[in-house]
Design a protein around this ligand. Structure first.
Ligand SMILES: N[C@@H](CCC(=O)N[C@@H](CS)C(=O)NCC(=O)O)C(=O)O
Length: 244
């Protein structure tokens, strides 16, 4: 495959990244502690939560969205060419993409915690949720505000988005009907990966019809590790106040 397009993109060229390494790039590192490249009000909050649950030491390098465009600063492209958050750096490598980061942290630092036994059927479900969160469930939430910004012109698209939102939220709600967490009675990293979808739902939509999902968000947001991550990460509009 031609890589001529790389030359046109300085951040890509500088990183030396090619496709097989696209999510995991070599970086220089002087300290061994995990650094979370954390964008305010973003998906990277869940990585802080995971590290708090595991009690793994980490440091935060904060980045701030442009107040007008809401985009991440260009500086984040120095860490990974796509410049999206979350990214972690650890042991001389940058790992991007929430699901890949969670999988990496669980494998390297989890010590068997927050995941089912890899030989069990539950593990297949666990991998499903890790992929489903960003591969399918988030997509209608990303398209929804774009469709809305086009107003009436986007009515057919909006109908499709509304259908996808209902389909996915109905599915997640159904999966939580009889258990506290996605894989049963205990929190796993699958809940952490899926948490952003739940938080988008309770923040932007009426979740009366999705009471199990709503209760799950309330439940995980009350966890001490979740609250510690909030304190460390700063302002996060998707966290509800715990009931008094
Ligand atoms: N699927 C990616 C999505 C990454 C992503 O789009 N992150 C958003 C924050 S929630 C971002 O960096 N937005 C700023 C920008 O696009 O400039 C993941 O889960 O890591």
């Amino acid at each position: 495959m031609s890589t001529a397009w790389l030359d046109a993109m300085p951040a890509f060229a500088a990183s030396g990244i090619n496709c097989p390494d696209a999510g995991i790039a070599a970086v220089s590192s002087e300290n061994a502690m995990i650094t979370v490249h954390h964008l305010n009000e973003s998906r990277s909050q869940r990585i802080l939560w995971l590290l708090e649950e595991l009690e793994v030491p980490y440091e935060i390098k904060p980045y701030w969205r442009d107040p007008r465009t809401k985009m991440a600063p260009a500086e984040l492209q120095q860490v990974h060419p796509l410049g999206k958050s979350p990214i972690i750096t650890d042991d001389g490598r940058a790992v991007a993409e929430s699901g890949a980061i969670i999988d990496y942290i669980i494998r390297h630092y989890g010590g068997g915690r927050l995941r089912p036994d890899p030989s069990s059927q539950d593990y297949d479900d666990y991998v499903y949720w890790l992929h489903y969160a960003e591969g399918s469930a988030s997509l209608p939430f990303v398209i929804d505000p774009i469709a809305k910004s086009f107003g009436k012109m986007a009515t057919p698209l909006q109908r499709r988005v509304d259908h996808e939102l209902q389909l996915n939220l109905g599915f997640i709600d159904h999966c939580l009907a009889e258990t506290d967490y996605l894989l049963g009675g205990e929190l796993t990293a699958a809940d952490i990966q899926m948490s952003f979808v739940g938080e988008l739902a309770v923040t932007f939509l009426d979740t009366d019809r999705y009471s199990h999902l709503d209760a799950w968000v309330t439940r995980f947001q009350a966890r001490p590790a979740y609250r510690s991550a909030l304190e460390r990460g700063g302002s996060y509009r998707y966290a509800r106040q715990p009931a008094a």
